[in-house]
Design a binder for this molecule. Sequence first.
Ligand code: HEC
Ligand code: HEC
Length: 404
Amino acid sequence: MKDKELLFKLWIGALAGGLILLAIANYKVNFYGNSRLLPVSLGILTAATFILGIYFQKVRYIMHGAAFMIIVAAAFAGFANWLPQTIGEPPALEEAIDDISTMSPQELADVGEKLIFGAVGGSTVKGAEGKAKCSLCHVFGASDHGERAPNLFGLPGRSSEIVQLDSYKNRDTVQTVAFEGSGIAETAIEYMAESHACPNCYVTPGFGKGGSNDRESPMPAVHKSPINLTIDEMVAVDAWMYVREGLDLPSVDEMRAAYEKFIPEDERPQATAGDGEAGGGDNPLLTTGDETLPEIFEKAQCSLCHVIPGIPGADEGDFGPELYVKSNASKRMKDKGYAGSASSVQEYILESIMNPNLYIVPEFDEDLMPDDFGTTLNAKTLYRIVNYLSKIEKGKDPPNYEEM
Ligand code: HEC
Ligand code: HEC
């Protein structure tokens, strides 16, 4: 009899032990998986403790007490675990914009403000800049003074006047129509669309490319690289300019049609999921550093403003000096007005990128070059930029970017 009882208790002990191991195993497997199966371990543990409590009389009260504690713990843990998990989820990637035809004018304007300034409300933040990059060159406030590009306050109103001007209708620019047969703008929204899609078509007097006698614009077409806005995004940008001045917005169809008038079908950029890859969403980085050098200079927008010898696609920038830095750096560092601390070409370049207003190259505008490259370019990108620029010398062949 004694033997039988001992054997029975051994079996029960083994069963309870097995259950405890099972509970531990389940706990381990599911602990890191953010799984909701964790409370199962506590359930198994409770069952094991109860079984032990029933058959091992001497420890019965302790075991039942322990089981009760585990049930309470399980109830709490289970409750917390089964709650919807809201914290710690990765932020949603920047999506392509929704169907704009169902948005209210204010919603559409908010999308536009986000594109220009990076956030709703961004228009009140100094230096704010979004995917559309307009604020790199343009000012938007009623009393701001546009140094190198027209102030865009009042644009919808003055656009309807500009399209009536003889100087607008009889333009004499390097490219007089957006494409063969496109015609010119007849309404305010068409003028805005033409300005974005074909900056050369009409150049605001006094703002043309240096030496072009206002026949050529320094503004990039915004549906093309590096800005690449889709038609719907450009519509949203325009919507913000109307709505913030309290003006009635043309219909979305009318605005889309204005862009379709000036952008041929095969040039219309499509919204792509990859848009948020660099420079989108919550990631401020413009580049990964693994791109080719021409891609780096394009994505970092250096080529919007600078001619960079030897880099394809960087031969138009007119807002900053041509980057013959190896020839110019020592001149700059010796200048009376130089307040920086660089003592080599490389240091001078890095300083110019990180802190552009420390020294202003004579005859160029202060406050034009963005001063946030320290947060938008990573170390690998900066290294490759400095390495390339430090080898550009006037009168010599530019370095071979393909090997750098
Ligand atoms: C690299 C600098 C630069 C960037 C970036 C830029 N622009 Fe311009 N923009 C200019 C300059 C310079 C002019 C004046 C020459 C001309 O009329 O083309 C201009 C002209 C314009 C005009 C015509 C203004 C008028 O008073 O008639 C509009 C509209 C305009 N830009 C809108 C935009 C928008 C919207 C964006 C962003 C999506 C943008 N620009 C990005 C430099 C820039
Ligand atoms: C919106 C226009 C703009 C953009 C974008 C821009 N720059 Fe500039 N940059 C300027 C202007 C204007 C100056 C001259 C005024 C000054 O010294 O700040 C300048 C000056 C410089 C200088 C000093 C040149 C010299 O001859 O001494 C360097 C180097 C330079 N930029 C590099 C870059 C690089 C690299 C990028 C991209 C990562 C870049 N810039 C983007 C406008 C721009």
